[in-house]
Design a binder for this molecule. Structure first.
Ligand code: SAH
Length: 342
């Protein structure tokens, strides 16, 4: 059965027309789901009983069940493991910042990219999530905590650009003022660097923030950490980023996870300054989270601060990301990996 949350408003209107219903009914349903956040067609009280029945026969609502919920008292981060209703589990992380709540959503069940430092590597890829399955993470968390989320980052499990259409559609649903209404500027998509999709995203007219998981400053090093670099090298990746900024006027956020004696040397910082020279960029330095049996160790704080200071002194805005939720395995894929082993 079709998941009603898989449709953006325009598509839902088309669905309704095909069912012989007026498009404004689709808008009513859209409001019920994303503004009122109801979980059942029966709660949509301004629809006739007959229409509610018709909807029930043709669509499912797909409300997630919480399999696990872990909270860190110290920073307010909450990690969810949801049952996506087909026996598979996905992770979503809720983070509390001074400016509001931010949610980190998964885009796939597993990941194909094979980054050497990531907890999803080594676990079989299952499938991509549908747009409704992506959006439901936000609805389920808002309902569970009784909050309104203001920022969405596609930094959970999966490679968003390897599930491009569903991710873009999910953004359109989340962004719609008649529903969840989170501005595109408050939505970030993170990619390991699938270059053709970066060019495509620049043409969508969405204005979301693009985050690039860079992590290294030479092709040799980057390829050793991230196999995707063998397909799209640094030069091609940075060219695509420049195009994204030229088309959207948006600053790019570069993620750089520091691993001891691997990519945390001042020589790396120097090369990074050269690579990003003249770009509208921000660098997010992340102390790498060591995964079980992982080959990378976290850089000492001293190296991280030196790295940041070098960048800042040479015209690149760099900040060290707060390690939210480190004690609940909030890093990419860690909770799911544990659960699979239990
Ligand atoms: N596939 C996408 C989004 C998911 S990963 C991407 O690669 O961007 C989200 C972010 O977490 C990426 O920047 C990724 O490189 C980073 N990451 C993955 N494992 C990590 C680890 N063990 N420590 C620190 N950051 C990690």
């Amino acid at each position: 059965m079709k998941n009603i949350k898989d449709y953006n408003l325009e598509e839902l209107k088309q669905e309704f027309v095909q069912m012989g219903e007026k498009p404004f009914r689709a808008e009513q349903v859209f409001r019920w789901i994303y503004k009122e956040e109801v979980k059942k067609f029966d709660e949509m009280t301004n629809l006739s009983l007959e229409l509610r029945e018709k909807l029930k026969q043709n669509y499912k609502m797909c409300n997630y069940k919480i399999l696990k919920k872990k909270q860190v008292a110290s920073d307010g981060t909450i990690k969810y493991l949801f049952d996506v209703l087909d026996g598979n589990a996905i992770e979503t992380v809720l983070m509390k910042y001074h400016h509001g709540y931010s949610i980190c959503v998964s885009s796939q069940i597993g990941c194909k990219m094979g980054c050497k430092f990531c907890a999803s590597t080594g676990i079989a890829f299952v499938r991509s999530l549908s747009s409704g399955e992506i959006v439901e993470q936000l609805l389920a968390v808002e309902q569970d905590e009784n909050i309104k989320i203001s920022n969405v980052v596609f930094m959970g499990i999966g490679e968003p650009m390897d599930n491009y259409d569903n991710v873009v559609n999910a953004i359109r649903i989340i962004n719609n003022p008649k529903g969840i209404n989170i501005g595109a500027r408050h939505i970030s998509v993170s990619t390991s660097g699938i270059v053709p999709r970066i060019y495509q995203l620049a043409e969508e007219n969405i204005q979301c923030t693009l985050s690039i998981s860079l992590h290294a400053t030479t092709d040799e090093k980057r390829s050793s950490m991230m196999p995707v670099n063998n397909r799209y090298n640094l030069e091609e990746l940075l060219q695509a980023c420049k195009d994204y900024t030229a088309k959207t006027n948006r600053r790019i956020s570069f993620e750089y996870a520091l691993a001891k004696d691997n990519n945390d040397n001042i020589e790396d910082a120097k090369r990074l300054v050269k690579l990003l020279h003249g770009m509208l960029a921000h660098v997010n330095l992340i102390p790498i989270n060591k995964i079980e049996n992982g080959q990378f160790d976290k850089s000492p704080n001293e190296n991280i601060m030196k790295f940041r200071d070098y960048l800042n002194e040479h015209g690149i805005v760099a900040t060290i990301r707060r390690e939210l939720g480190a004690d609940i395995d909030a890093a990419c894929g860690q909770l799911r990996r544990k659960n699979l082993k239990d």
